[in-house]
Design a binder for this molecule. Structure first.
Ligand code: SAH
Ligand code: SF4
Ligand code: F3S
Length: 466
């Protein structure tokens, strides 16, 4: 490793190699929205040490991979990327540049120092619980050394968070994520999240409201509340009571500037009446809900430890639709969980037909080390998983297209986000997350305008101002 003189390290904001200009950090994010949020948080923390973000890997002084461990493929991607980065680091070292390489996120938490054993190019391994210590880790590495920091969450974990947000939030767009809850106590038998993200921790109301206010001041109009189990959120309110997510949404709708709210990801068991009532009574809450069911088979739901039946899910959907008839549902599905028979899979196809999803994410079951599912007998053959996934995705795609088609001719509101790809075009966000393309500038960025949908594109809707 190239040693850096410790004196250089104190000169925050300057490169240690005499190249001049601020140090640059390149962050690559894999996995879920929580990682997107965390990547931003890490960039914020590093900005205090003088790092500016770059989109160009080749010019980075610090490379961070914010990784995902959810399926084998996701985890393995990291190692192929590290191979590419090793070459780059070697090339740059020949020119006298030092590049610090860090692995963050769920692979870091799950594999710890094994990562450095397998990919010695890595200087820092840091888990999601200790990002507040990242700047310190980078300084240590630049003084010569390696850092592995995968401690589990401390009790005061969330008290450390706002410090990362002190000062001005730069304008980053009109939509933003806001983490309200992290970790999971559900232990679905296929899932690594309870191990990589630890036990459920909820942030108190005052912190969440303060962050929402800062985002609103920076121009954000739409906030998506994040949590691995976001609807299990229970935070202490200013009145000393425990609030639930429904109550929190009402409070956030009162933050000046915030016009739209969403939350993800929800577990069916935690959809309580107050939250369903928020879908009925709160205009700011978008009529879109990601509510994974994973499978339609009661046997497999049980084996997955989802702790509800297919009928429970259908009843819940009825209740939500009674409160908000136009709500659009999105889901996650796993095919080929151990023991899944042809009949079990047909039950999944049936629940998809019964519910109708406007958006869905479906996966072949991937056995994950340390989870109960990996040790179950009756693992399903890859070819069978392939065939089932294809059939399921064909059905889900048909439903998605039918939904998009049903919107043509309808009016809706769109949050104007940015110029579109073609000159003159503008892009915005519909209530259902489907991007909307407009042929003329319908207002300013951040405005919410009424449009009429004219036709569907591959993954978008075209519209004219109403
Ligand atoms: N907290 C969310 C899910 C987080 S993981 C929830 O409870 O729904 C996102 C999705 O990845 C899951 O919903 C599941 O469909 C999928 N997934 C998780 N572990 C998996 C595995 N081992 N193999 C395949 N898909 C998996
Ligand atoms: Fe994973 Fe289940 Fe927790 Fe979701 S609820 S994060 S799928 S263990
Ligand atoms: Fe992946 Fe971790 Fe998110 S495993 S899905 S990055 S919580």
């Amino acid at each position: 490793m190239i040693q850096t003189d410790i004196a250089d390290i104190d000169k925050a904001g300057e490169r240690p190699d005499g190249e001049g200009g601020p140090k640059k950090v390149f962050v690559k994010t894999y996995g879920c929205q929580m990682n997107v949020y965390d990547s931003q948080r890490m960039s914020d923390a590093l900005a205090a040490d003088g790092y500016v973000p770059t989109q160009t890997l080749e010019e980075a002084d610090l490379v961070l991979l914010n990784t995902c461990h959810i399926r084998e493929k996701a985890a393995e991607k990291v190692y192929s990327e590290l191979g590419r980065i090793r070459k780059l680091k070697d090339e740059r070292a020949r020119d006298g540049h030092e590049t610090v390489i860090g692995v963050a996120g769920c692979v870091a938490q799950a594999e710890g120092e094994e990562i450095i054993a397998r990919a010695p190019v890595v200087d820092i391994v840091i888990g999601p619980q200790t990002y507040h210590r990242l700047p310190e880790a980078v300084r240590k590495v630049r003084a010569g050394g390696k850092v592995v920091d995968t401690d589990y969450a401390l009790e005061d974990k969330f008290e450390r968070l706002p410090q990362l947000h002190k000062g001005e939030v730069k304008r980053r767009g009109v939509t933003a994520f806001l983490t309200v809850q992290e970790g999971c106590d559900k232990f679905c038998t296929f899932c690594v999240v309870p191990y990589t993200r630890g036990a459920e921790v909820s942030r108190p109301v005052s912190q969440i409201v303060a962050e929402a206010e800062r985002l609103a001041e920076a121009g954000v109009r739409e906030i998506t509340l994040l949590g691995q189990n976001v609807n299990a959120w229970h935070g202490e309110g200013p009145d000393g009571r425990q609030w639930g997510l429904g109550e929190l949404l009402f409070r956030l709708a009162g933050v000046p500037g915030i016009a739209r709210l969403r939350y993800t990801t929800s577990h069916p068991r935690d959809m309580d009446d107050a939250l369903i009532a928020a879908h009925r009574d709160l205009d700011a809450l978008m009529p879109y809900l990601h509510l994974p069911v994973q499978t339609g088979s009661d046997n497999i739901l049980k084996a997955m430890n989802r702790r509800h039946s297919a009928a429970d899910y259908l009843r819940l959907v009825d209740k939500i639709r009674a409160a908000r008839p136009d709500i659009a549902l999105s889901g996650d599905f796993i095919v080929g969980f151990p023991g899944e028979t042809a009949a079990d899979f047909e039950a999944t196809m049936k629940i998809v037909r019964d519910v109708t999803f406007v958006q869905a994410y479906s996966f072949k079951y991937s056995p994950r080390p340390g989870t109960p599912g990996a040790d179950m007998g009756d693992q399903v053959a890859e070819a069978v998983k392939d065939e089932r996934l294809q059939r399921l995705q064909a059905l889900l795609t048909t439903q998605q297209r039918a939904f998009a088609g049903s919107l043509v001719g309808r009016g809706t509101d769109v949050l104007i986000e940015k110029p579109g790809r073609s000159p003159g075009q503008w892009a915005g966000r519909s209530p259902w997350l489907i991007p909307v393309i407009l042929d003329e500038k319908p207002g300013e960025i951040g405005d919410i305008v009424d449009v009429r949908i004219t036709r569907t594109g591959a993954n978008s809707l075209f519209a004219v101002t109403a």
